[in-house]
Design a protein around this ligand. Structure first.
Ligand SMILES: NC(=O)c1ccc[n+]([C@@H]2O[C@H](COP(=O)([O-])OP(=O)(O)OC[C@H]3O[C@@H](n4cnc5c(N)ncnc54)[C@H](O)[C@@H]3O)[C@@H](O)[C@H]2O)c1
Length: 122
């Protein structure tokens, strides 16, 4: 399947590494302008710069997706920069020590859910 994203804008959270970075690259190669968001500022800036050096339109956004205000600012910055937003890949997430839910320490469970929950709401 060959889907093109010319004149489209995509936003990827957790874009500094792993699946998010691979997806940001795929969106760019398919023609989209891409906002790469992550709470790791150094890595997400490097990822955006790397794609931009290949001729793609990118924006690095510092954002902790567990913070509603930062998520709002991320979307605003994307729309201000590129004029629109067509697709969002809500990928940011963390994985703690693998355990049955009932055996998870409360702090670990809350940390994972704070990020995952907002990924679903984005
Ligand atoms: N890789 C797998 O096998 C697998 C399996 C199931 C689910 N997942 C989920 O897929 C997603 C990506 O997985 P991955 O393997 O690429 O992980 P990864 O750890 O390589 O990348 C996750 C990225 O998200 C960023 N991030 C984490 N918390 C954030 C936050 N609060 N705000 C902004 N950025 C944040 C990290 O800095 C990192 O760049 C995650 O949500 C993960 O839980 C992955």
């Amino acid at each position: 399947m060959n889907i093109r994203f010319e004149n489209k804008v995509a936003l990827v959270t957790g874009a500094a590494s792993g699946l998010g970075l691979a997806t940001a690259k795929a969106f760019a190669e398919a023609g989209a302008s891409v906002a790469l968001a992550d709470w790791n500022q150094k890595e997400v800036q490097a990822a955006a710069n790397n794609l931009a050096s290949k001729g793609y339109k990118t924006l690095a956004v510092l954002c902790d997706v567990s913070d509603d205000a930062q998520v709002e600012a991320m979307v605003k910055q994307t729309v201000t920069t590129f004029g629109r937003l067509d697709a969002a890949y809500n990928n940011a997430g963390i994985q703690n020590v693998l355990a049955e839910t009932a055996d998870s320490p409360r702090d670990d469970y809350d940390r994972v859910m704070a990020i995952t929950d907002i990924s679903y709401r984005q």
